[in-house]
Design a binder for this molecule. Sequence first.
Ligand SMILES: NC(=O)c1ccc[n+]([C@@H]2O[C@H](COP(=O)([O-])OP(=O)(O)OC[C@H]3O[C@@H](n4cnc5c(N)ncnc54)[C@H](OP(=O)(O)O)[C@@H]3O)[C@@H](O)[C@H]2O)c1
Length: 349
Amino acid sequence: VTRVALLGFGTVGSAVARRLVAPVPGKPVLTHIFDRRAAEKRADFSPNGAPVVWTDAVETILHSDVDVIVEAIGGLDPAGAWIRRALEAGKSVVTANKQVVAREGHALWSLAARQGRQFRFEAAVGGAMPIVRAIGEGLAGDRLTRIDAILNGTTNGVLSQMDATGCSLSEALAAAQARGWAEANPSQDLDGDDARAKLAILCALAFGLRVDPLQIAATSSAAIVAADFAEARRSNGTIRQIAHAEYDAARRELTAWVAPIVVDRGSLFARAVGPQNAAVITGEHSGEIGIFGAGAGGDATAVAIVSDVVAIARDRAAIVPPPAVTSDFTLRPSPFKLRTSHFVLPEAV
Ligand SMILES: NC(=O)c1ccc[n+]([C@@H]2O[C@H](COP(=O)([O-])OP(=O)(O)OC[C@H]3O[C@@H](n4cnc5c(N)ncnc54)[C@H](OP(=O)(O)O)[C@@H]3O)[C@@H](O)[C@H]2O)c1
C-alpha cells in the first residue's frame, strides 16, 4: 500500500483528503495531514476509515514513513523548501504549485530522479485538464511547435461573465469571488502572472526550453471594459486571456505572450466559460490537439493530484528523468500591436 501525507488542508488539500481516505484495497491511503491550524481543522475532517495523523509540525511528516507527500500549500516559500526536503528524505512529491514548478521544477525533478523517487505536478497547470501528461507523454513522439491556451480560471470566469451579461469587470469579479473562483486579490490572475508561470512550465515540457516566466510578455486583462466585448462581437469574436507560445526550432526562436485577445466565437476558447480552461497544442505530425475542461476548483484540481499519486503507486520504483532543457534560444518580442481600446488583436489564433 502506498502511504500518502498531505501538506495543507485548504481548498485543494481538503478535496484531496476526501478522495484519499476511502479504504480501497491496493489504493493509496492518506495517513498524515500537516496543517498549521491542525487543531482547528481536524474537527472538520474525521474519516471513519483508517485514522489519519494530524500535525502542525512539518517535521513530523518529513520524518514519517510515508511514500508520497502531496504539497497543497502554494507560494514559493516555505512550500519550495519543504518539497526539496521531502525529496531529500526519500519521498516522492506531488504538487499543485505552479510558482515552484516554474522556478525550480527542473532542479526538483532532477533531485527526485537522483533519489530514485518521482516529482509530479499535473495539477500545477490546467486543473483537472491533463495537459502536463498530454504534452510530456501523450505527444512525446511529435515535435511540438505551438501552444495556445486559456490557463487561468479566474480571468476566464471574469471575461466570460462580462461577455454573457454585459456587466463591468468589477461586477464580474465580485460574482467570481462569490462563487469561489477568484482570490481576494486577483491581480496575479488578471495581470497574467499566473498564466505565464504555467506557460513557462509548458514551454519546458513541449519545447525543452528553460523560460523565465517574468520574461514572457504579459498584457493585463484588468483594463477590459464592456465596450471591448461589443467591439469584439462585431467581428464574431469574444475576448479571452490567451497564453501563446510558438517555437521555431531551426532558428531557436520562441514567441511567448499572455494577453486578452479576440477569439472567434466558434473556437474552443470561446466555449470556455467560468473557471474552464482550454488548450490547442500543435505538433508537426499530429496537427492540432485540443484539450478542454475544469481548470480550477478544489475537487477538479484534486483529481489531477490523486491521478499523480495513483501513477506513483502503480510503479513506485519508476525513475522518470526530467526532459532536457536549454537556455540557448531567443525570446522574440510580442508580435502584435496594441490597439486604441484595451485589448489586443493577434495575427491569428
Ligand atoms: N484552488 C484552485 O482551484 C487551484 C487550482 C489549481 C492549483 N491550485 C494550487 O493548489 C495550491 C493550494 O491552493 P488552495 O486553493 O487549496 O489554497 P488555500 O485554500 O489557501 O489552502 C492553502 C493551505 O496552505 C496553508 N498555508 C498557506 N501558507 C502557509 C504557510 N506559510 N505555512 C503553512 N501553511 C500554509 C493554508 O493554511 P491556512 O488555512 O491557515 O491559511 C491552507 O491550509 C496552490 O499551489 C494553488 O496554486 C489551486
